[in-house]
Ligand binder design. Structure first.
Ligand code: SF4
Ligand code: SF4
Length: 351
């Protein structure tokens, strides 16, 4: 497999520093009032972005990845070394045991590359109704030692959510690297073979995100196209397609700026603001934890190093539900990515 991109860190890009991304999003087209800031739009529409009931614990167990995709909001890649320790995982398990989370959502990077990944899945299983693994698929095919991941997923009844930005090889490889499509198809066949995507109890969902500076087509129509093409071309089944918007942070932000599409894309997001998405914003019911145990409103705020308001130095080991419940969610201009069109969350379109 060939990498589609390099990490911003390895390129020594100014956007490898979260502060530069935050400053950029605060200024420019938003700093000179050409476009309204997100917080202003929320006020103008008299909307409420306050916490609801805490439902999901999302753990980012490390930024290491076997891929390096062009749009990655994590700036993940083979050269990233940040990995959650067993000790921090243990602290997360204590929080799972003592609170009523419905879902544990494990993400990365490629979460399977964390040396304690299997241990985490096994030990978390008794405490939540649902465990989600966000897999890039190719990790399963990357080495024989990962070929049995589908069996592990099945053993613990894990829901697998996999990225596949298109049902064509050329579009997928352009975004994720040459050879990614074929490896992804092999992994999907491996998952199908043991019942994933076929048995209703073994959930296999795919994730689409646009290959450029545009919003996704309607999720339902896209799902039907994916189902028909993947079945006809490769005999592959899956349950649901989750369609995501690209948020203007990290490598996608860097690409937008290099290709001189940033302002046009932000105008598109602002003009596509949809107030009906506010109810389903994932920051309202999710606690996001980074590899080092620090706490965020969502994975995007994590990448921008915008810790939870009032919990800036908090660690998962001293998580306080009361403080989480009465926090003010930190919003910035990237949030327009979650509210554009039909909206976007880790569970796909919001409406
Ligand atoms: S597979 Fe996912 S985490 Fe890895 S580089 Fe691609 S988008 Fe980022
Ligand atoms: S980026 Fe995060 S904080 Fe902003 S709206 Fe989306 S989920 Fe909420």
């Amino acid at each position: 497999m060939k990498q589609a991109s390099k990490t911003l860190i390895s390129l020594n890009s100014k956007f490898s520093k979260a502060k530069n991304q935050r400053d950029f999003l605060e200024n420019g087209i938003f700093g000179n009032d050409r476009l309204p800031k997100f917080a202003q739009t929320i006020l103008d529409h008299q909307l409420d972005v306050t916490p609801k009931t805490l439902d999901t614990l999302q753990l980012n167990v490390g930024y290491t990845c076997n891929q390096s995709c062009t749009h990655c909001h994590v700036d993940a890649g083979p050269d990233r070394t940040e990995v959650m320790s067993r000790e921090t995982m243990d602290a997360c398990l204590q929080v799972l045991k003592t609170n009523q989370f419905r879902t544990l959502d494990i993400t990365g990077g490629a979460p399977e590359l964390n040396p304690n990944f299997k241990w985490l899945v096994e030990h978390a299983r008794p405490y939540v109704e649902e465990i989600i693994i966000r897999s890039n698929l190719t990790i399963i095919e990357s080495h024989t030692r990962f070929n049995d991941l589908p069996d592990l997923f099945k053993k613990y009844g894990v829901r697998v959510i996999c990225s596949l930005p298109c049902y064509t090889e050329s579009n997928t490889d352009a975004q994720r690297g040459d050879g990614v499509f074929q490896a992804s198809i092999s992994a999907l066949k491996r998952l199908n073979k043991i019942g994933y995507g076929v048995d209703p109890e073994l959930r296999l969902d795919l994730v689409y995100n646009p290959g450029g500076a545009f919003l996704p087509p309607a999720q339902e129509k896209l799902e039907s196209d994916y189902k028909s093409r993947l079945k006809t071309d490769f005999g592959i089944d899956f349950h649901e397609l989750l369609s995501l918007n690209n948020l203007p942070i990290s490598r996608f932000l860097d690409t937008l700026i290099r290709e001189k599409k940033y302002e046009r894309y932000m105008e598109l997001l602002v003009n596509s603001f949809n107030s009906s998405t506010i109810d389903g914003l994932m920051c309202r019911n999710t606690l996001s934890v980074d590899w080092d145990g620090r706490l965020y409103d969502c994975d995007f705020n994590q990448m921008l190093v915008m810790p939870i308001n009032g919990m800036e130095s908090a660690h998962i080991a001293n998580f306080d539900l009361n403080q989480w419940q009465f926090r003010t969610i930190r919003l910035s201009q990237h949030c327009y990515g979650c509210t554009a069109g039909t909206g976007s969350s880790c569970q796909g379109s919001i409406i």
